[in-house]
Design a binder for this molecule. Sequence first.
Ligand SMILES: Cc1cc2nc3c(=O)[nH]c(=O)nc-3n(C[C@H](O)[C@H](O)[C@H](O)COP(=O)(O)OP(=O)(O)OC[C@H]3O[C@@H](n4cnc5c(N)ncnc54)[C@H](O)[C@@H]3O)c2cc1C
Ligand code: SF4
Length: 502
Amino acid sequence: MSGVKSSYDVVIVGAGVGGGAMANRLAQAGRKVLVIERGTRLPREADNWSVKAVFHDRKYSTRETWRDRSGAEFTPSTYYYVGGNSKFFGTATLRFREQDFEGMEHEAGRTPAWPIRYADLEPYYAVAEKLMGTHGEQGLDPTEPPRSAPFPHPAIGHEPEIEAFNTKLKAKGLHPFPLPVAIDLHAGGKCIRCRTCDGFACKIGAKNDAEVRLVDPALATGNVDLILETYVHRFLTDPSGRKVTGVEIEQKGERRVISGGVFISSAGAINSAALLLRSANDRHPRGLANSSDLLGRNYMAHNNTAMMAVNPFKKNHVVFQKSLCVNDYYLKNEVRPYPLGNVQGLGKLQGGMLTANMRWVPESLMSWFAERSVDWWIMSEDLPDPNNRVTVDGDGKIRVSYTPNNLKSHGELVSHWTSLMKSLGYPIVITQKMDITVAMHQCGTARFGSDPATSVLDSNCKAWDLDNLYVVDASFLPSSTAVNPSLTIVAQAVKTAEHLLQ
Ligand SMILES: Cc1cc2nc3c(=O)[nH]c(=O)nc-3n(C[C@H](O)[C@H](O)[C@H](O)COP(=O)(O)OP(=O)(O)OC[C@H]3O[C@@H](n4cnc5c(N)ncnc54)[C@H](O)[C@@H]3O)c2cc1C
Ligand code: SF4
């Protein structure tokens, strides 16, 4: 392992959104940082935009399998690369709502209040939007929280098909608004506004993912070493158990320990939980940072449904469909006296994307539907439940025991949006609810809080049980909310980095 020093100021596990943002902020301030990533750089190549390669051959997703509650094995749609899952993300970069931080009453129960309020995170959201290069328009989202700064870039604009929806939805009394997105689409930007963005990697590096916007600029400071194809097995502590002294890593079959001052687990909500559980020792018999017995628990991933609204008589020529968003049902609303969730454009579906999970259906049939459909992503909050949890089986395999909840309100949102689509001239509506394999919005496995008995991390994402261990990825979220998580992960990382620098 040439080029790797034996000790660093800060050691970060994982080069995704959380780890990338931490490395970026700490390196800019002159700290010597090591980032350890199990994956490689994702090659920029033609297959990045190939439906066959991405959806049928699953060329880029992990081959690893996890187990569900019953013990059945499944292959998760998760990605191990520099940039983590953001290499394939849909670039929706929304702030959470003020109410999300305060706890909300849902049909199936109440979400917990966060240890911080929206106002505490607002300045960091402004930095996060700049880091991610978000495009948006202020003042149209009815649930939009206050902002101290405008969006870094103007909204990308709707194509004619989506602009028509914008108008029709407004005529129905709704308040559609431009979905904030992180693509390099403005004067001088690299984005060519293509059809293969959401769920694909960008062949030309124009998607503002964690590799492009966070990790590479961190490396450019000269203060960061990044090692690839290196798996972190466990954290090691001193005899008191209060201090992490090193990480045990494996690269090409060779194991060694690297020491450092501060350690940050940014391996993603499922892998961070697994890593800390694997790090159990005499002082931490249930796993590191787990005196509360909450590590790995309260796993959430959203209730997600993809919808195709088909007008058999009208082709949809849209290229970049993920430009419109509706939050009229986010809080209690005219349809139901409780929150239902968020609706946003989905990257344009193509026939081959649909047949990847229905191989017996002719692709020509699905292409016929896809050419005539407008596609939506319908997302509702799932509630934290301690019995929904990540554990590590005796053979080292990850187990995700998850039973979805708050499904009534999700079903109501799907059925309301279905009726709306039919009333707007789209008589055929096809929906697919995402299952446990779609762990894209995984979160909650090391919630932050203000009481060590009811949380794993403090409000700076430091493990209550240790003096120098932080978890900075989607693990810290005490509630999943009903908007996409990555901007909030970046904002909290910026806040945690500032705390560390102080
Ligand atoms: C198809 C898709 C679409 C999405 N669309 C959106 C969207 O539009 N908007 C949005 O906000 N979010 C979206 N998401 C979700 C978003 O990408 C994630 O919430 C976010 O990337 C999570 O960041 P993270 O830092 O928590 O973890 P990750 O991105 O999972 O990063 C963790 C990193 O740690 C590495 N790692 C894991 N274990 C180890 C180990 N033991 N040793 C070394 N390295 C390790 C992994 O390889 C990975 O690089 C989408 C995700 C997918 C897959
Ligand atoms: S829309 Fe732009 S950022 Fe997205 S994949 Fe295409 S070129 Fe890349």
